[in-house]
Write a protein that binds this ligand. Structure first.
Ligand code: CA
Length: 222
């Protein structure tokens, strides 16, 4: 969720429309008051904050956001009418992650939003899978067994992710091949067995979580 705080209706709608067309969910808010009300309901991944707002201006809203523990980690991009009017010290030293100057191209705008989200490690969907002491951080492509990080190949990772997403359910070799290698993969189901074996070795004691179901396929035991 991205909150767009902007008092000019046309720009606000354009921002929301552009973000939604890019696959984000976004909500337009008229001023700081509406923003703080919305923050009580949901914490967004990012706030776009216009500087010239009725009531409290963007700098004041930013200062408030950064002074509260619940909101201080939300990335903020300031939106300014003219670069000359923008007080970088108040903006960037005040804790904003970036700023854009109106009028801006929508492609550039989306690129800036994505860059800030990436930098702040808050991708639109933070995905984490767990099963017992196994933890998979999908976006970071990291796998931990307790405190120990596993070094997996790309296919081992995808195989483990797929089985963990379906934990408890037996997945056939063909299902696994189709999902991890792609349905047009021109190879044999033995490929799956080879990867399961190496994955188990890397998981050491926890390798027994990865169960062979004879004649059917594999599953991650819950
Ligand atoms: Ca404005």
């Amino acid at each position: 969720m991205i909150y767009c705080v902007e008092d000019e209706k046309n720009i606000r709608e354009l921002l929301v429309y552009t973000l939604e067309a890019t696959g984000f969910s976004a909500k337009g808010l008229e001023d700081g008051k509406c923003l703080f009300k919305a923050l009580e309901k949901e914490t967004p991944e990012l706030i776009l904050l216009d500087i010239m707002l009725p009531g409290e201006d963007g700098y004041t809203v930013l200062k408030k956001l950064k002074s509260e523990p619940e909101t201080k980690d939300i990335p903020v991009i300031l939106v300014t009418a003219r670069e000359a009017e923008f007080d970088k010290v108040r903006g960037l030293d005040g804790g904003a992650d970036d700023y854009v100057t109106k009028p801006f191209g929508m492609m550039e705008f989306v690129a800036r939003v994505k860059a800030v989200l990436r930098r702040c490690g808050r991708q639109a969907e933070q995905k984490e899978l767990s099963c017992g002491k196994l933890h998979i951080f999908v976006n970071r492509r990291e796998v931990y067994l307790g405190d120990e990080k596993l070094e997996l190949t790309r296919k081992e990772f995808e195989l483990l992710q797929y089985l963990t997403e379906n934990k408890g359910v037996v997945m056939s070799r063909n299902q696994i091949l189709g999902h991890v290698w792609g349905y047009d993969f021109d190879g044999e189901t033995r490929t799956v067995d080879v990867h399961v074996r190496s994955l188990r070795q890397k998981m050491k004691d926890a390798g027994e979580m990865l169960e062979t179901v004879r004649g059917v396929g594999y599953r991650i035991k819950e």
